[in-house]
Design a protein around this ligand. Sequence first.
Ligand SMILES: Nc1ncnc2c1ncn2[C@@H]1O[C@H](COP(=O)(O)OP(=O)(O)OP(=O)(O)O)[C@@H](O)[C@H]1O
Length: 302
Amino acid sequence: MGTGRGPAVRTSALSKFYGRHVGVVHLDLEVDEGEVYGLLGPNGAGKTTTIRTLLGLIRPTSGSAEVLGLPLSRGVEIRRSTGYLPGDLALYDRMTAAALLEHLARLRGGLDRGRMRALAERLDLDLDRRVRELSRGNRQKVGVVQAFLHRPRLLVLDEPTSGLDPLVQQEFQALVRESQDQGATVLLSSHVLAEVQHLADRVAIMDRGRLVVVDTVDGLREKATKQVELDFACDPPPALSSAPGVREVRVHGRTAVCTVVGPVGGLVSAASAYGLVDVHTHDPDLEDAFFGYLGGADHVDA
Ligand SMILES: Nc1ncnc2c1ncn2[C@@H]1O[C@H](COP(=O)(O)OP(=O)(O)OP(=O)(O)O)[C@@H](O)[C@H]1O
């Protein structure tokens, strides 16, 4: 949840069309200062368009937004106070990682060499290699270091863990948490639902340029569908399909697999009158919420 310090990002009816093509439509977002906010959605949902618009890198077709209290027309100042990791990271590749990071830091007004070395060490990045010699994941680490290096008030991270191995992803998550502890706001776009689930206070789900829902991770979880497996001593009773929250029942021998929204208590007490032997539930993750909200649409390829 937010900290009540007011929004770090606020958009009002923000729309971006690329000619006739939809980028984002009528977007009303509010990210509180100090919160980690997840932007989730399938390919083409408009996450990158939203991010690039907020940083003043592309102009909205209509609507307005404020980032750190500044209107989008003050993009240079917005970018100076922001650590931005683009999804399509392109780096000067003739320099060593250290030289490139020093160069980028100077453009922002100064380099904390100790912090650069510490971040590189945590992410296991060799600063002395030329960028073009680095693997894709190691280049991504250079992108992560440059985003966090100047301890920005706002971090905007577009698909940040793409290409990072699981250990480095854990370190990245620790970095996000530390930044939040130090007061930073973090806007994080991702296809990796598990990553957002562990980091985000709130999540916005986008689809085809539109905001589908904004909720806390717990709120999404409550509304998500979950699978409940009920084992019976004899054939499962047909009455299960009319129990509270049950959306679907599939029967395999003496087991009924029920798709349920909300608490499972009603289903379990209905089942207990019919020789219920055992219950297994699978805790829903955001993937279930995601599919629930998008109606299980098959265009979702997250
Ligand atoms: N430069 C452009 N010209 C035309 N259409 C564009 C351009 N950039 C983005 N779009 C379109 O805008 C829509 C939103 O794209 P965007 O890149 O913002 O989505 P995304 O959620 O970041 O997707 P992904 O997860 O694939 O990166 C898509 O339909 C895309 O085709």
